[in-house]
Design a protein around this ligand. Sequence first.
Ligand code: PHE
Length: 458
Amino acid sequence: MELRPGFTSRIGFILAAAGSAVGLGNIWRFPYLAGQNGGAAFLVIYLAFIFLLCFPVMVGEIAIGRAAGRDAYGSYTLLGGKRWGYLGLFGILAGIFILSFYNVVAGWAFGYFLEITFGNLLNEPNFRNFFGAYVSDISDNLWFSLGFMVITAFIVSRGIQKGVEAANKIMMPALYLILLVLIAYSLTLPNAWQGVRFYLVPELNEINARTIYDGLSGLFFSLSLGMGCLITYGSYISKDQNIVRSAAIISVADAMVAFLAGFMVFPMVFSQNISPTEGPALVFIVLPDIFQDMGPVLGRLVGGGFFLLLCFAALTSTISLLEVPTTYMVDQLKLNRKRVVWVLALLIFILGLPTMVSQGTVKAFSSLPFYLNRDFLTFISDMCDISLTVGGCLMCLFVLTTWKLKNLDAELAIGNPGYEHSFMRRYLSLMIGYVCPAVLGVLSLLIIDNYFGLGIFF
Ligand code: PHE
C-alpha cells in the first residue's frame, strides 16, 4: 500500500482528535445535564467514566487505526477479515447519520453567531418564542446548515495536513482562549460564586441510578468513540507516537472543556436567578436572555464570542465526522478526495432535511408515530447513542477475540518504551478485554430499554 500523507506532528493529531471530541456535547449538553443532575455530583461521575471507560476504548481505536493504516472499514478488514469489516461500515454509516443532524444543530449556533454579532437578535423580546420560530423556519435551517456544511467540506477537501490539521491548530487554541475569557467575565457577575458553588459542591444524595445513567448514555458521543473516528485519525499518525499518552491528553482536553464550560454557564445562570435545570433550552434561550441584559455592546461581544466558541467546537467535530467516510472512499475506491468530499457533503446535507423540519415545520417529523414518540432529531440522536455504545462494545470484542490483546500490546509498545512491563499495560488489557465490553454491553441494553420505553430495567 502506498504511503498516505498523515499528520505532520504529534500535537497536530492531538488537537484534531481533541477537536473531534470537544463539541456541542461538551458546551451544550454537558452543562445542562450537570444542571439537571445536581451539578458537581454529575461532574464527578462524568470524569470517572471518561477515565475508566472512554480512555481505554480510545486507546484501542487509535491502535487499530495506526496498526492497519487505513479507513475504518479497511482497518477492521485487514486485521480481522471481511466479517469484521461490517463493523467498520456500521461505524462509517453511524458517522454519516450523526453528521446529518449535527450539522443542523451546528447551523443553529452559526445562525445565532451571525445574528447576534452582525444582526439584531439581541433586540428580541422573547427568546423562547424566537427559538421556536427559528428552528421551525425552513429557510433559516437550510441556509445556515448549508453554510456550515460548505465550510466543513472546504476544510476536509484540503486534506489531512492543509485542511484538518491546519484548521484544528487554529481553532482549538482559539476555542480555549475564548472559553477562558468568557469564564473570567462570567466570574465577575453578581452571584457568580453561587453558580460556582452549585457546580462544585457535590450533592451526594443527588447521585442515583438516573444520574449515573445520564452520565453514561451520551458518553461515547461526547468523546467521538464507537464509530471509527479515532481509527481514521489514528491511521494518519506515525509509528513514533506514544498512543497511550496521546489518548490521555485527548481525554483530559475533552473533559477540561466540559468542566470549564460549567464555570462559564453557571455563574451566568445564577446571576439572573434562573434555574440551572433548564435542559436543552439553556444555550439557545436562557443564555441569549443574559447576553441581552448586558446591553447592546457588551452583549454583542460576549454573546457573539460564546456562539463563535460553539461554532468552533462544532466545526472541529463536523470535520472529523466528514473525514471518516471520505477516508473510506479514498482508501477503498481510490477516488479523488476533493470530488468525494463535495459529493458526500451534498448527500449528507440532504440527509439532514428530516432533522431540519423536525422542530415543528413538518408534523410527521416533529412527532414520530407509535412508541418512537419523539421528534426526528431526538430520535436520530438517540439511535446514534445506541450505535456508538454498541460499536464501542464490539470494538473491544474484536480486540479480545480476533486481533488479540497481544497484538494490541505490541502496537502500543511502539513509541512507548517500557510499556510491556508497565502497570498501564495490565490495566488497559483488563479494561479493553473484559471490563469495557461487559459494561458497554449492559449499558447498550439499558439505553435501548430507556429510549424505546420497553420497561425492562427502567
Ligand atoms: N464528540 C462530538 C461532541 O461532543 C460529537 C461527535 C460524535 C464527533 C461522534 C465525532 C464523532 O459534540
